[in-house]
Write a protein that binds this ligand. Sequence first.
Ligand code: TNX
Length: 510
Amino acid sequence: MKNNRLITFLMAIGLMVLVSCNQVKTDLTQTPFIPKPVSVTATGQAFKLEKTTVVYVQEGLEQTGNYLAQSLGKITGTTFDVKKSDEVPAGGIYLSLSAGKPELGNEGYELVIGKKLIEIKANQPAGCFNGIQTLLQTMPVKAAEGEIPVIATGTVTDYPEFGFRGVMLDVARHFFSVEEVKQLIDYVAAYKINILHLHLSDDQGWRIEIKSWPKLTEIGGSTEVGGSPGGFYTQEQFVELVNYALERNITIIPEIDMPGHTNAALASYAELNKDGKATQLYSGTEVGFSTLWAKKEVTYQFIDDVVREISAISPGPWFHIGGDESHVTDSLDYIMLINRAQEIVTKYGKKVIGWDEIANATPVAGATVQFWADVKNTTMGVEKGAQVIMSPAKKAYLDMQYDSTTHLGLHWAGYIEVDTAYFWDPASYVPAIAKENILGVEAPLWSETVTNIDEVEYMVFPRLPGYAEIGWTAPANRKWDEYKLRLAKHGKRFEALGIDYYKSTLVPWE
Ligand code: TNX
């Protein structure tokens, strides 16, 4: 008798567990999407991703469809067919540019999940790509052997708060290989990041081939912080990265820092120095000791060649000229050099971005200042007509330590725990800078202490999904207490991807 009661009790528990699991699987509103979409409604049924499911695409969406098929293949370990179709098919997954909703903009989408058919509709391929990322978050990163992923039915309507949602990697202090950068691109694309800013030169290293100035990489690329061999991207490799990123809706912004942070160039070419003597290579971590010489004409020939060659292989609209911490450049020289550099960037068809110090010069039309520390500079930039990228060091610097026990990173701007990283609003962070002046948000990872992709992962995750949400989701929809529960569910995804993340005790990881 006792045994029977126990069995009944256990069966009841089992049934409750089953029901609650199923509820999650059929209630789309329970999916822990990051970034949080504008709206999610559930219809309480389920779509089963079978091996035979076909990805259909409208003309022009072949690449996006292939990306989806590949991603589904990674989940299930099988391959999926991609077929062209101008008609909505009866079943499968269909990508089309038929949203017909201007409010979705260039990057918004509508994801409609039915029992037999999943549709992703957008105005542009980028919107379909974002819809794919949302769809992928309804499934495990890797299904168990024989498991058929079950997707809750319903509709997601979604579009971003900011069109610029970036991450920066400093490949100059430590060099990261093409494979490592691709890995980072994959990780951040899943959170709808659409900008990768590469800090390609600094005192410790020059990381991109310039055919007209070959010693930049031969000499300037030969070391890094700590004195290891360093490295650089050939132009072909850079193009490979640009294309890999573009296939994931990410624009690469190249940065060549000037007039400071230039020791690697000054060590490579004697003529760029005031006294005509090449400096020594540098592998320490001090800043603010180097400068290009603004009064020499060869300096502008150098900038012209560099900007010309890099612009020719950068399809994105921007060129970042750095401009930060030029502590040994005379202030009039600084203004002259930044103004001439801006003319050169404009001549090669690119829009200027510079760190907030460039506001001390005369921002050209269409220029953007990247706020990292100085409110006065940034406000001046806006007064001079520039747009702003918000990268406040105290909130958005991925190289800042989580707390005093973090073994990597720096803390000059403070410790940035996962809640601190999440809890701020770009549009009200600097009261004098209004939303209409803000292009978007970027989280920079400086690499003085970060040497390989595992260490990158540890500093980037789990803060990056929060920055992605700040860039995508309206502030009224963002609450830490609710966000941390969604983030907690992404721990399993990080683990399945092999991402070595910081297990903050502020997040109730599952
Ligand atoms: C400041 S932020 C810098 C970088 C350093 C970083 C370290 C900025 C524009 N300049 O040169 O790598 O701090 O956190």
